[in-house]
Design a protein around this ligand. Structure first.
Ligand code: FCB
Length: 446
């Protein structure tokens, strides 16, 4: 047994998202989000639930911050609910909503926990969806106005901002596959959404720069792509998968524009990205860091019969309770790849975690599958740092079991167990493990 260390000053945290934990969905003047509406549409959520209450964090945030402090968290990634702050998406702010975030941030700072705030983790105000949502170019401008409002209100205490969480998921799962809100299936709309998300990111970065303080980046969803075998066809197929999933969302931000293969595909389907003069400059406004979310890997092989030219090969690893491949090496592999591809940006791992539905037995939650997979991810991450990636921090997904979108409460990612009936919290065995990692700034490699 030996311990693998992280650099001095490495920051350890946990992540959540407003809709998944807050509850208080209809309280104190909050407007409806697309998720409030989506959950009420029959058949959208596998369990038939909604997140009107979720983890009731809106009322229990003080206790939750106390739990964070007990774990030893140094930083906490939360997201703001846009419709809690601007019930109709724009116009007059809701003071009670802003007050909630004021109090939450103050509670974190009292415990020396640095807030990292995501502006958009999927809960668009329904009023803006009614006008066209992300398919409408104006939404990018409204996002920038919302961003400016919160930078002014919270920027004296928040120094780390994230524009979007996983724009690929908003675009593809929300507008192409339609399994997440707003539940649309249309490639032309998807292309518009992709571009307007990018544009809104660039405009928000510019808005933060205008305030003269704070650091900002974007968080993308990633999979570590591996060719299914050593053949040339699989190598090329894996590159295509990176174009469609990774470079589509990193390229414009890093000044490289949209990948040619992806542009060709969308144009061939009469679904072009609606790029106007100057947009790519706005989108590539320099950022301070890249947020990396990663849960798994995928083996890729060629499939000429599919328009995109590739497909995922059969898994060769066991699956987690989420159906993700249990691939501990994937985090280090991806971080190394993205660091080399984009010339060594500062990276925060803004989400990484494991779905393990183990529940309490005699008050103890022995989530050893989560613990061991987390250990593997962290060992790989430490090695990626050793060989050159500039990773400054790590946020485990998630602090608490929460409302897992269209899967409701049927999937548990927390290092703290949530009893959704009583709202009791129980730190799991993985929480003990994580606390020790934080204390030692190192992970034991077995
Ligand atoms: C990510 C999301 C997060 C959570 C985890 C499991 O894609 O950003 O909200 O759903 O997956």
């Amino acid at each position: 047994m030996s311990w693998v260390s992280f650099p001095d000053g490495f920051e350890w945290g946990a992540a959540t998202a407003a809709y998944q934990i807050e509850g208080g969905a209809l309280e104190d003047g909050k407007g409806l989000s697309i998720w409030d509406v989506f959950c009420r549409q029959p058949g959208r959520i596998v369990t038939g639930e909604n997140a009107d209450v979720a983890c009731d964090h809106y009322h229990r945030y003080r206790d939750d911050v106390a739990l964070m402090a007990e774990l030893g968290l140094q930083t906490y990634r939360l997201s703001l609910s846009w419709p809690r702050i601007l019930p109709r998406g724009r116009g007059t702010p809701n003071e009670a909503g802003l007050d909630f975030y004021d109090r939450l941030i103050d509670a974190l700072l009292e415990r020396q926990i640095r807030p990292c705030v995501t502006l958009y983790h999927w809960d668009l105000p329904q009023s803006l969806q009614d006008l066209g949502g992300w398919a409408l170019r104006d939404t990018a401008g409204w996002f920038a106005e919302y961003a400016k409002l919160v930078f002014e209100r919270l920027g004296d205490r928040v120094s780390r901002w994230i524009t979007h969480n996983e724009p690929i998921v908003t675009a593809m799962m929300g507008h192409r596959v339609g399994v997440l809100a707003p539940g649309i299936r249309d490639l032309g709309i998807t292309a518009r959404v992709v571009h307007h998300l990018h544009l809104s990111h660039g405009l928000a970065v510019m808005a933060l720069r205008a305030t003269g303080r704070g650091q900002i980046g974007i968080t993308n969803a990633n999979t570590s792509y591996e060719p299914a075998d050593g053949g040339e066809e699989s190598l090329q197929a894996a590159e295509l998968a990176r174009d469609f999933d990774t470079r589509l969302f990193h390229g414009p931000v890093f000044g490289r524009g949209y990948p040619a293969s992806v542009v060709r595909y969308y144009e061939s389907k009469n679904a072009p990205f609606p790029v106007e003069d100057g947009d790519l400059d706005v989108i590539s406004e320099p950022t301070d860091f890249l947020g990396v979310n990663l849960y798994s890997r995928s083996r890729i092989e060629a499939d000429p019969a599919r328009g995109v030219g590739y497909r995922a090969a059969e898994p060769t690893l066991p699956l987690t309770d989420m159906g993700y491949k249990a691939a501990p090496h994937a985090l280090g592999d991806f971080v190394t790849w993205v660091s080399e591809e984009y010339e060594r940006p500062v990276i925060y791992v803004t989400e990484n975690g494991v779905c393990d539905n183990t529940g309490p037995v005699d008050g103890v939650v022995e989530d050893t599958a989560r613990r061991e997979l987390l250990r593997g991810f962290l060992v790989g991450l430490a090695r990626a740092v050793e060989i050159g990636a500039d990773v400054r921090g790590y946020y485990v997904w998630s602090l608490l079991d929460n409302f897992e979108w269209a899967l409701g409460t049927s999937r548990r990612f927390g290092i703290i167990y949530t009893d959704f009936e009583t709202q009791k919290r129980i730190p799991k065995v993985s929480a003990e493990f994580y606390s020790e990692v934080i204390r030692r700034n190192a992970v034991e490699s077995k």
